[in-house]
Design a protein. Sequence first.
Length: 264
Amino acid sequence: MCSYWVMLAFCCLGLLCADQSLKPQLAAPQLATNNPTLTTVSLEKPLCMFDSSLRPNKSYAIYLYAMKELAIAISSLVTDNSSKPLDSTFQQTNGGQLGPYKAAFFHVPSCAAPPNLADVGDVNKVADVLAKYLFRVGDDGHCLYDPNFLAVCNPPLAPDTTYRFKYVLVDSTEGIMKDQSLWSDPIKTRKIKLPLKIDTSPGRRSGGMIVITSILSVLVFLLLAGLLAAVSSAVMRSEDSTAETRQVSQTIQQSEPRPQLSSE
């Protein structure tokens, strides 16, 4: 990573640009936390990577290819015999298992005006800096299921799977590849954690402890509910007894003979 930044600094100054030795890198953790995730990988865009291959009055684009690590044994080529970049899709390559697929294309990042990383601390500028500096592979969760989607599909990656990535410089006018990076080092997406291995902060608790805690919580709830029901029943019985006592008292009073007044 350090050597990449040294070469990038020299390249942006126009002193050195060894394109053939550069390859896609994971984004710095200060800019992309929790990277990779289960289904995405955030990569640094190829700032100044192809600067020496650019020619005036030409239009260029960057193609990003992705493939699963095991696909290298099948094919890692991203062009045909006439140097035209492949348009293989996620579906055609079975998610990169049968070879590289085009995950994205975008404009060549400007080496003359790279993003200022100090602006990341500014909430008004951070989104623009990240858009210029990073590309997130696997960020589109809808393109595979949208029949009207016509752009390049960048669907979620598979969890716990190793991928490699490559940047390709394409002459948009001629439609041919002009330069390319090496394939990235193997990058593995995160693994889904099983319930028994879930880490619940503060402190680590096993899945069994979580189940026991849940059962105890239910028992406490039932105990409280029973206690409330008993208290409510006692209050109702007390009220019924009071009412019955009053009724008996009134009955007795009504049944007692009333003294008759003697007439003179």
